[in-house]
Write a protein that binds this ligand. Structure first.
Ligand SMILES: Cc1cc2nc3c(=O)[nH]c(=O)nc-3n(C[C@H](O)[C@H](O)[C@H](O)COP(=O)(O)OP(=O)(O)OC[C@H]3O[C@@H](n4cnc5c(N)ncnc54)[C@H](O)[C@@H]3O)c2cc1C
Ligand SMILES: *[C@@H]1O[C@H](CO)[C@@H](O)[C@H](O)[C@H]1NC(C)=O
Ligand SMILES: *[C@@H]1O[C@H](CO)[C@@H](O)[C@H](O)[C@H]1NC(C)=O
Ligand SMILES: *[C@@H]1O[C@H](CO)[C@@H](O)[C@H](O)[C@H]1NC(C)=O
Ligand SMILES: *[C@@H]1O[C@H](CO)[C@@H](O)[C@H](O)[C@H]1NC(C)=O
Ligand SMILES: *[C@@H]1O[C@H](CO)[C@@H](O)[C@H](O)[C@H]1NC(C)=O
Ligand SMILES: *[C@@H]1O[C@H](CO)[C@@H](O)[C@H](O)[C@H]1NC(C)=O
Ligand SMILES: *[C@@H]1O[C@H](CO)[C@@H](O)[C@H](O)[C@H]1NC(C)=O
Ligand SMILES: *[C@@H]1O[C@H](CO)[C@@H](O)[C@H](O)[C@H]1NC(C)=O
Ligand SMILES: *[C@@H]1O[C@H](CO)[C@@H](O)[C@H](O)[C@H]1NC(C)=O
Ligand SMILES: *[C@@H]1O[C@H](CO)[C@@H](O)[C@H](O)[C@H]1NC(C)=O
Length: 693
């Protein structure tokens, strides 16, 4: 249980110095020699080219450049090398974890088309546009998926008529990469004594020093944190000692992606680039360049499995100059769930009809490219207190100058301590549908009814059948031109049905750090959206059609989740009528706010009937918690998949892969960054094995 002392602070400060440009450190120790900004500074060819220096892409670049000192690796990134402040870092005085006006690395900002099922509301999204990708700007919440997401969800979807290999995307095949991908820093004794943090070392690779990605429990909690945890317990949700071992239904402690010593954000840009690149003359990074497309100059031979490696065409951001870069080994697209399908579509790899409309020559007809878009969504339950809680520390204490200067001093302690070590959240609940209501099987019945509609799907269905099935299954109209996409969706429904039937597999997430809100996040959405190039400017942001809640079963689940989560409010009220419960949380008797009432303000007490709650859900659901995924799904070709189990794009030569959140077939019941790191580790392992043979 010793705290690992890691001096990642030096690299982060060098990063700041480079940006400020007053570096006094030795040139060898800087990423500068590896950082390229122009065509002329590149080698004539690279063994591996990775498109996108994000969470997954940099993990792969780090591992490949380390495994193969004599092979060259180039990562191409649209954004720049930037400092990446944490969610709550000095000198910020207000704790507003979701304030995107706070200092952050650069981002892409996107708004979806309106979603008719949610009163034409739109999804608002950010995605990282800097070295480190979204890990440079995210909420630092660092949890893992449930093992059932893989065993009931991803793995069965990989089964095909032709490929009956041993499954590699089950929990057994994921756990080692989750472990390898991060170094867990157990909390110090002081914080364990204070907050009762628990964990299980065996869920972590206790000596995984091979990864510089750091997961750390915040050394500080706001005073109302324990109230909500207690209310959750009073609802009958059990406390888990550890949630990272594949079993996460219950109340979880969740670490931050954070350096234990400095308290600073740990992200792919530091952990897989600046901190490792010094001694890797074979690891190059080209920033300020957009991958426009990949090109197969000789076309594709042997049915698309001839081992051809595409050229990568890039465009300097700003000056518009375009050139090709040659890869000798392979090309890996890691531009994230929104941009990776755009790169493939620009390359002529995608839905044939759509590419033809845009007059893009079709290289591989893959209807799955840019289909299957999913995200986490949900409405937010809110309450108020009739009088001030009169407990401390709380975020308003940051306005107290003594408290603030203590917070600064604590941050500068080593290891860092105090409020500035907090990020977006520390606690979350993960609740299976069976725990939400005894009457949950009607959801399964509805899903299974949809699955049986699919029996109408013959091997060669006529277009009319496809069209009517697409409509009946509430899918994007583009599914009507592809029986394989429909088959894949039906297989996904079966997976989701198993997940929801499983009393250990969570359906609802809700996370908390402080305040008076709890969001009911839907883990396993049935609705599907699309990502498509903008026909009038294909190099710009793609067009997102979220179609949130287009499948009405998602609304049924939102309803159940809302009804369940609002029970937190009476559970919270109960604490203020029970001095013993209150005192057991460590608050002194004289601060007990007797007579305090907790009042639901959203949806609000007047909203009780199912129709009224559904109306409220339609108007208040946040459509994106910035977890877009699944737009180049890893599934067999016959199920409308885009990549195979080795992440190779189907029928595209075998030396073109995709690795990022776009390859997930289904949303996991977790936030996405730790899974992106694990997918990066697994992808690197597959590639290293292939090139070592
Ligand atoms: C605001 C926000 C908060 C989040 N909060 C959390 C959280 O608290 N916990 C959590 O686990 N997850 C969170 N997530 C989600 C998680 O961070 C992302 O899902 C994950 O990091 C995505 O990784 P990726 O490898 O798929 O892509 P990214 O990390 O996004 O990397 C893609 C990279 O490719 C680059 N790129 C794109 N197109 C091109 C092109 N054509 N040429 C060159 N480069 C290109 C981009 O600039 C980017 O750097 C959050 C996301 C956001 C945006
Ligand atoms: C959503 O927009 C469409 C198209 O503009 C319109 O026909 C429909 O009535 C709108 N729905 C709602 C609930 O506003
Ligand atoms: C820890 O490292 C040692 C030496 O490299 C290795 O033998 C051992 O298997 C590692 N332990 C775990 C749990 O990975
Ligand atoms: C689910 O219900 C069981 C039985 O009542 C209970 O023991 C368990 O704590 C519940 N789990 C969650 C996550 O609510
Ligand atoms: C780089 O190499 C030097 C000399 O071999 C060594 O002292 C240093 O620790 C290495 N740095 C890293 C980050 O591996
Ligand atoms: C890249 O290569 C392809 C195939 O040889 C060619 O058609 C294209 O014009 C090249 N692009 C640039 C910018 O040179
Ligand atoms: C709490 O909300 C209720 C219902 O909206 C409202 O009547 C009451 O005034 C609010 N109380 C406080 C202290 O804001
Ligand atoms: C301000 O903060 C200090 C240090 O935490 C505390 O002792 C003091 O009581 C606070 N003052 C007020 C007015 O809350
Ligand atoms: C189960 O719940 C749904 C949604 O709340 C409701 O429509 C249905 O009537 C319920 N069924 C039973 C048997 O209670
Ligand atoms: C606090 O209140 C509880 C319940 O009223 C009482 O039993 C206990 O003795 C009190 N403790 C102190 C220190 O006053
Ligand atoms: C609680 O409310 C009652 C009745 O309004 C009042 O007599 C009592 O003093 C209140 N207690 C506290 C601690 O405010």
């Amino acid at each position: 249980m010793t705290l690992k002392m890691k001096s990642t602070c030096s690299w982060l400060s060098i990063l700041f110095l480079v940006l400020l440009p007053t570096s006094s450190s030795s040139p060898d120790a800087e990423p500068r020699h590896s950082l390229k900004r122009t065509q002329s500074s590149l080698l004539s060819s690279y063994d591996f080219i990775i498109c996108g220096a994000g969470t997954t892409g940099l993990t792969i670049a780090d591992r490949l450049s380390s495994a193969f000192p004599s092979k060259t690796v180039l990562v191409i990134e649209y954004g720049e090398l930037e400092a990446a402040p944490g969610v709550f870092d000095p000198p910020t005085k207000e704790y507003t974890p979701l304030d995107f006006g706070a200092p952050r690395a650069s981002s892409w900002d996107l708004v979806s088309l309106p979603s008719p099922a949610l009163n034409n509301g739109t999804a608002f999204l950010k995605a990282g546009k800097a070295v480190g990708g979204s890990s440079a700007i995210n909420g630092q919440f660092f949890d893992r998926a449930s093992k059932h997401d893989f065993d009931d969800g991803w793995s069965p979807l990989q089964v095909s008529m032709t490929d009956r290999k041993v499954p590699i995307w089950d929990w057994k095949g994921m756990e080692p990469f989750y472990k390898k991908s991060v170094n867990y820093n157990p909390p110090g004794k002081d914080t364990v004594d204070k907050y009762g943090y628990t964990w299980d070392e065996t869920a972590w690779n206790e000596n995984s020093t091979s990864s510089k990605v750091q997961a750390t429990m915040a050394s500080f909690l706001w005073a109302d944190h324990s109230l909500i945890r207690k209310a959750f317990q009073n609802m009958g949700i059990w406390l888990r000692r550890e949630c990272m071992d594949g079993n996460k239904e219950g109340i979880c402690w969740t670490p931050n992606a954070q350096d234990a010593m400095t308290g600073q954000r740990s992200f792919a840009g530091s952990a897989h680039y600046t901190e490792v690149v010094a001694n890797r003359s074979n690891y190059h990074l080209l920033t300020g360049h957009q991958v426009t497309r990949v090109v197969f100059p000789q076309g594709l031979k042997d049915g698309g499995w001839g081992g051809e490696v595409p050229l990568v065409e890039v465009r300097g951001v700003g000056n518009q100059g375009t050139f090709n870069i040659t890869a000798a080994g392979e090309v890996i697209i890691s531009a994230g769930a929104l941009h990776s399908p755009a790169i493939l579509q620009r390359s002529g790899i995608g839905p044939k009809d759509f590419l033809q409309q845009l007059k893009i020559p079709v290289i591989v007809d893959l209807p799955g490219v840019g289909s299957n878009l999913q995200d986490h969504s949900g409405p937010t339950v809110e309450w108020n207190y009739s009088q001030p809680l009169n407990i401390h520390p709380m975020p308003p204490d940051m306005a107290n100058s003594t408290f603030l200067s203590e917070a600064f001093a604590a941050w500068n302690q080593r290891p860092a301590r105090g409020p500035y070590t907090i990020a977006m959240s520390m606690t979350s609940i993960w609740v299976p549908l069976a725990n939400i209501t005894a009457n949950y099987t009607f959801i399964l019945d509805k899903i299974n009814d949809l699955v049986s509609l699919g029996d109408k799907l013959s091997t060669k269905p006529d277009p009319k059948t496809l069209e009517s099935l697409t409509a009946a299954l509430h899918l994007p109209p583009s599914y009507a031109s592809s029986s394989t996409l429909l088959k894949g969706y039906l297989a996904q429904l079966s997976s989701i049905s198993s997940l929801l039937a499983n009393p250990k597999s969570p359906s609802l997430e809700s996370a908390f750090t402080t305040g008076t809100t709890l969001t009911a996040v839907l883990n396993h959405p049935l609705s599907r959206g699309t990502v498509r190039l903008n026909p009038s400017s294909p190099l710009d942001l793609p067009i997102l059609d979220y179609r949130s809640a287009s499948n009405p079963i998602d609304l049924d689940m939102h309803l159940l989740h809302t009804q369940y989560l609002r029970r937190t409010i009476p559970a919270l009220q109960f604490l203020f009528t029970d001095p013993e419960a209150f005192q057991s949380l460590g608050f002194p008797n004289n601060t007990l706010p007797f007579n305090l009432t907790v009042t639901e303000t959203q949806p609000g007490q007047q909203i009780q009937s199912e129709d009224a709650i559904l109306n409220w859900i339609r108007s208040s659901t946040v459509q994106s918690f910035m977890h877009p995924c699944c737009t180049n799904a890893m599934m067999p070709l016959e199920k409308g998949g885009v990549v195979d189990t080795h992440l190779r794009v189907h029928n595209a030569g075998g030396r073109l892969r995709v690795a990022d959140a776009s390859i997930f077939p289904l949303e996991p019941s977790s936030h996405l960054s730790s899974l992106c790191y694990a997918v990066g580790e697994k992808a690197a392992d597959l590639i290293i094995k292939e090139w070592s043979e």
